[in-house]
Design a protein around this ligand. Structure first.
Ligand code: CTP
Ligand code: MG
Length: 230
């Protein structure tokens, strides 16, 4: 079987969470978030690249991921998410497919990562997503609504996101200004004219962004959030 590389984007600062530690090292039920994220990718990958905040360095991440059972490469990230993924992809070596995942999503499963990889059979990228449940409105000034979007056509996108390596290579070779503005790498594949497939996922695969998310995750994991307000 051709090689599959996993790339975990863990180089963010976690400003909205407001913790002292980088978000990927914040613990959920006694394990750092990055280790939860790795558990979804390790069973489907031949190599795992973890992109870490340059100011933090590799060591705490190496410790957090010790014994994960797959060759591990740690590389420094960039200022924006897609620049971090570009750095991770550059360290991934000769893979046929790449699966990108956020360190901040502890509840993804190997089954979901595998479903994304399998969906590459007829796509350049395949991304975990859920149909929107809330009605979405557009506003330029944040005060008055201009219009209501057609919810039946809208999906909220998550990770894992799987890519044919050649499609991701072309996408990440777009000009820096385009890459840094992308909030996910699939958007760059779309821009290159690639076919991006939606893979239905669970809302449980939510991203830890603010403190409330960590408390919800702790409740789902059956423990109290560390330093919780109670
Ligand atoms: N990420 C990254 N490199 C960046 C920015 C983000 O690898 N320059 C990663 C984060 O580590 C995270 C994922 O992308 O796992 C999703 O980003 P987000 O939830 O926005 O995390 P942060 O950028 O860390 O949080 P914040 O925006 O609140 O600072
Ligand atoms: Mg961010």
């Amino acid at each position: 079987m051709a090689a599959i590389a996993g790339v975990i984007a863990a180089a963010g600062r976690g400003e909205r969470l407001g913790s002292e530690l980088p978000k990927a090292l914040v613990e959920l039920a006694g394990r750092p978030l990055v280790s939860w994220a790795a558990a979804a990718l390790v069973p489907v990958c031949d190599v795992l690249v973890v992109v870490v905040p340059p100011e933090v360095g590799a060591e705490p991440f190496r410790a957090a991921l010790a014994g994960s059972g797959v060759p591990l490469r740690l590389v420094a990230g960039g200022e924006e998410r897609a620049l971090s993924v570009r750095a991770g992809f550059a360290a991934a070596g000769d893979a046929e497919a790449v699966v990108v995942h956020d360190a901040a999503r502890p509840f993804a499963t190997p089954l979901l990562a595998r479903a994304c990889l399998d969906a590459l059979a007829d796509a350049d990228a395949a991304i975990a997503a859920t149909p929107l449940v809330d009605t979405v409105k557009e506003s330029s000034d944040g005060r008055y609504v201009e219009r209501t979007l057609d919810r039946s056509r809208l999906w909220a996108v998550q990770t894992p996101q799987a890519f044919r390596a050649d499609a991701l290579r072309a996408a990440l070779a777009l000009p820096d200004a385009v890459v840094r503005a992308a909030t996910d790498e699939a958007a760059l594949v779309e821009r290159c004219g690639g076919r991006v497939r939606l893979v239905p996922a669970s809302p449980r695969n939510f991203k830890i962004t603010v403190r409330d998310d960590l408390e919800l995750a702790a409740a789902l994991a059956g423990v109290a959030a560390s330093g919780s307000r109670e």
